[in-house]
Design a binder for this molecule. Structure first.
Ligand SMILES: *Cc1c(COP(=O)(O)O)cnc(C)c1O
Length: 369
């Protein structure tokens, strides 16, 4: 009997979320973002869930190669591009499209001896100040790229810092849009700017290709709930109660005795801990479901176990099903209680947790007439 902790991936939910992303950007093509092992959902599951996307995009070169090996024939975009000259041969061989964000990458392309050419996304720094060329150096970078034999089509990309907070005082969204336009106006080539937040909240920014990530997995980038956009949880992290304790008033639970019972309590022990990716900093009160009923964690999260309050759930027993997140418990609720974001919880799912795919019903496989 394996430990009763699994991450169940709902392929039909991924498919449905992709349809919502597409519906928000009717004229655009979609790069479904599958970096970080499809945000913890498993690359193969991402590929299945997003089979209807126009392309898949990610950071990891080895993951991109795996997508080809698994049979993905449509475009693949490397969001950070390549890191050393040897990568370019892999990029060419698999016909990946690649971001170019710095002059060192252009140097590598100039010196590459490729048997043919590749498609490039030239990245503009529109205010995030992470990757990309500032508007004033963008055209020079474009001209250099346009003169390189190994470069075929050149498209344009930028990434928003605040699409979920358009009025941000330090960097309003319209300022980023303005800088991107300043960089690219008049240059021929397709454009991609929208992450999930822009896709959901500013569909007018869709441009030629959108790049949704978190929304495809049923998380949201902003304050509004995923459910309010019709998004379905892609991952349900599920375990069971493996032990129970009656704790008298005044007794404490777990390491550091952080939680002290103020009355006689029934405590359940869940097979899931920080070595599984559950956030260790989750405070007392973080929501959790036992047999579908919402209760709270009490006491410090330990490596392999979490302790939960079963006092209000007299029918809970060893073997009761526990939902850590997903299903009827939005991952964003857990993340918020733990002072983080759904992205981090998904991506931090530990390798020791089995990831199983729930096959979609046969009808959901076909796109219909
Ligand atoms: C991760 C990423 C995305 C997707 O962002 P979400 O907020 O998850 O939608 C889009 N573009 C780039 C360049 C990224 O790195």
């Amino acid at each position: 009997m394996p430990r009763p902790l699994v991450a169940a991936i709902d392929i039909a939910a991924l498919q449905s979320n992709l349809r919502i992303a597409k519906a928000h950007a009717p004229g655009a093509k979609t790069w479904a973002v599958v970096k970080a092992n499809a945000y913890g959902h498993g690359l193969a599951n991402g590929m299945r869930g997003f089979a209807a996307a126009d392309g898949l995009s990610l950071i990891e070169l080895d993951g991109a190669v795996r997508l080809r090996e698994m049979g993905w024939q449509k475009p693949i975009l490397l969001l950070e591009g390549f890191f050393e000259p040897a990568d370019l041969r892999t990029v060419f061989d698999h016909q990946f499209e690649t971001v170019v964000h710095c002059s060192e990458q252009i140097d590598m392309l100039e010196h590459a001896r490729l048997p043919g050419s590749i498609d490039i996304y030239l990245k503009a720094n529109s205010g995030m100040n992470r990757l990309g060329f500032k508007p004033e150096s963008f055209r020079a970078a474009y001209e250099r790229l346009a003169g390189i034999d190994a470069v075929r089509n050149i498209s344009f990309v930028t990434h928003f810092a605040n699409a979920d907070d358009a009025g941000n005082a330090a960097l309003p969204l319209i300022e980023q849009v303005r800088r991107f336009q300043l960089a690219t106006t008049g240059l021929p080539g397709s454009r991609s700017v929208a992450n999930s937040a822009a896709n959901l909240m500013h569909p007018e920014l869709a441009d030629d290709w959108v790049r949704p990530g978190i929304m495809l997995y049923g998380g949201t980038p902003g304050a509004a709930s995923a459910a309010s956009f019709g998004l379905l949880p892609g991952m349900t992290l599920e375990s069971r109660i493996i032990g129970m304790q009656d704790v008298p008033a005044g007794e404490a639970v777990g390491y550091g005795s952080r939680f002290v019972a103020d009355r006689p309590m029934k405590i359940g022990v869940v097979a899931c801990g920080y070595a599984d990716g559950y956030p260790r900093h989750a405070p007392d009160g973080t929501p959790i479901l036992v047999d579908g009923n919402r209760t709270r964690i009490v006491g410090r999260v330990s490596m392999d176990m979490i302790t939960v309050d079963l006092t209000p759930l007299p029918s809970a027993h060893v073997g009761s099903v526990v939902t850590l997140w997903g299903g009827a418990l939005p991952i964003d609720d857990v993340a918020q209680a733990a002072g983080t974001i759904g992205y981090e919880l998904m991506c931090a799912l530990a390798p020791r947790v089995p990831v199983i795919a729930l096959a979609p019903p046969a009808a959901a496989n076909s796109e219909g007439p």
